[in-house]
Design a protein around this ligand. Structure first.
Ligand code: NAD
Length: 290
C-alpha cells in the first residue's frame, strides 16, 4: 500500500502557484486576492478557514476574512456579497459552509458572481463543469483529481464507485471522473443512502477506485474492497476521544489497497490546494493572463 499524500501534493501545487504569482508581481501586477466569509463560531469551520488563509500566504496571495455573527440576517450577507462582487480588488470569494439554519445557503451561493466563485458551487460553474466547459470546479472534487494526477493513478477506463451524492463532493466528483476530462473517462457508479446494501457491496468489491464521502467513521471495511483498489477517503469525522478519522477503516483496508488517502493529510489538504488553483485562475481571467 502506498499513501496518496495530500500534504506533499498540495505543497507542490502551492509552490508552483507561488512561483507564478512572483512572476506576475515582478511584472507590476497586484497579488491575487481571496475573500473568505465566516458566519458564527463553528469550530471545524474556524479550522478550515485558518488553513485556507495560511495557504493564501504560502501561495503569495492576499486574503481577508470577514466575520459575521451567528445572528446575521440573510439580507446583510447578500449586501456584502454584492459589494465584493463589484470590487475589482477581489478575485475570488468563498462563504464557509455550513451557514446557520435561518440563512438559505442556496440564496447565498447564487448571489456570488460566478467569475469569483472559486468554490465552484454556483449553478453556472456547476453547469459549465458538467458540460465539460471551462469552469471553477468544486474544490474538493477538483483536489481529488489533482491528487490522482500527481501520483499518476490511471483513471481512464477504470471502474469508479463514488459513495455519497452531496452537491459539494459526491455529485461533482462522479461527474468529473466520468467526463472526458484529463483526469476522467472512467465508468462511474454513484451510490447514496438509498442504494441497497447488496448492490453497494457488489459495486465496491469490483471497483478499481472508491471515493467515499458519507461522514460515517469506518464505513468502508476490508470486505468491501478488492485487492489492489485505490481508496479516496473524503470523510472528516471527529470521534468522542477527539481523534480525527475518515470514512474508511484505514488500518484494515490499507492492507488490501494499492493506494489510499490518509485522514488527516489527504483530501482535506487537496481541497485547500484546489481553492488556490481556482483563485489563481480567477486572477488570470481578470488580467487576461490565460
Ligand atoms: P453529506 O454529509 O451532505 O451527505 C452524506 C452523503 O452520504 C449523502 O449523499 C448520503 O446519501 C450518503 N450516505 C449516507 N449514509 C449512506 C449509506 N449508508 N450508504 C450510502 N450512502 C450513504 O456529504 P458531504 O458534505 O459530502 O460530507 C461527507 C463527508 O465528507 C463528511 O465527513 C464531511 O465532513 C467530509 N468532507 C470533507 C471534505 C474535505 O475537504 N476532505 C470536504 C467536504 C466534506
Amino acid at each position: 500500500m502506498k499513501l496518496l499524500d495530500g500534504k506533499i501534493c498540495a505543497a507542490s501545487l502551492v509552490s508552483e502557484i507561488s512561483k507564478k504569482v512572483t512572476g506576475y508581481v515582478a511584472s507590476g501586477l497586484r497579488k491575487p486576492h481571496m475573500t473568505v466569509i465566516l458566519v458564527g463560531e463553528h469550530a471545524p469551520s474556524e479550522s478550515y478557514v485558518k488553513s485556507k488563509i495560511k495557504s493564501c500566504e504560502s501561495a503569495g496571495f492576499e486574503s481577508d476574512l470577514l466575520r459575521f455573527s451567528e445572528n446575521v440576517m440573510e439580507a446583510e450577507l447578500l449586501a456584502r456579497i454584492a459589494e465584493i462582487n463589484a470590487d475589482p480588488a477581489t478575485d475570488g470569494v468563498i462563504v464557509q459552509l455550513p451557514l446557520p439554519k435561518h440563512i438559505n445557503q442556496q440564496h447565498i451561493i447564487n448571489a456570488i458572481d460566478p467569475e469569483k466563485d472559486i468554490d465552484g458551487f454556483h449553478p453556472t460553474n456547476f453547469g459549465r463543469m458538467t458540460l465539460g466547459q471551462k469552469a471553477f470546479r468544486p474544490a474538493t472534487a477538483y483536489g481529488i483529481c489533482k491528487l490522482l494526477q500527481f501520483y499518476e493513478i490511471p483513471v481512464k477506463a477504470k471502474h469508479c464507485v463514488v459513495i455519497g451524492r452531496s452537491n459539494i463532493v459526491g455529485k461533482p466528483i462522479s461527474i468529473m471522473l466520468s467526463n472526458d476530462f484529463e483526469i476522467g473517462n472512467a465508468t462511474v457508479t454513484l451510490a447514496h443512502i438509498e442504494t441497497p446494501r447488496e448492490l453497494l457491496l457488489d459495486e465496491t468489491r469490483r471497483a478499481d477506485i472508491i471515493v467515499v464521502a458519507v461522514g460515517i467513521p469506518g464505513f468502508i471495511t476490508e470486505d468491501m474492497v478488492k485487492e489492489g483498489a485505490v481508496v479516496i477517503d473524503v470523510g472528516i469525522n471527529r470521534l468522542e476521544n477527539g481523534k480525527l478519522v475518515g470514512d474508511v477503516d484505514f488500518e484494515n483496508v490499507s492492507k488490501k489497497c494499492s493506494w489510499i488517502t490518509p485522514v488527516p493529510g489527504g483530501v482535506g489538504r487537496m481541497t485547500v490546494a484546489a481553492l488556490m488553483i481556482n483563485t489563481l485562475m480567477a486572477y488570470q481571467n481578470n488580467f487576461d493572463l490565460i
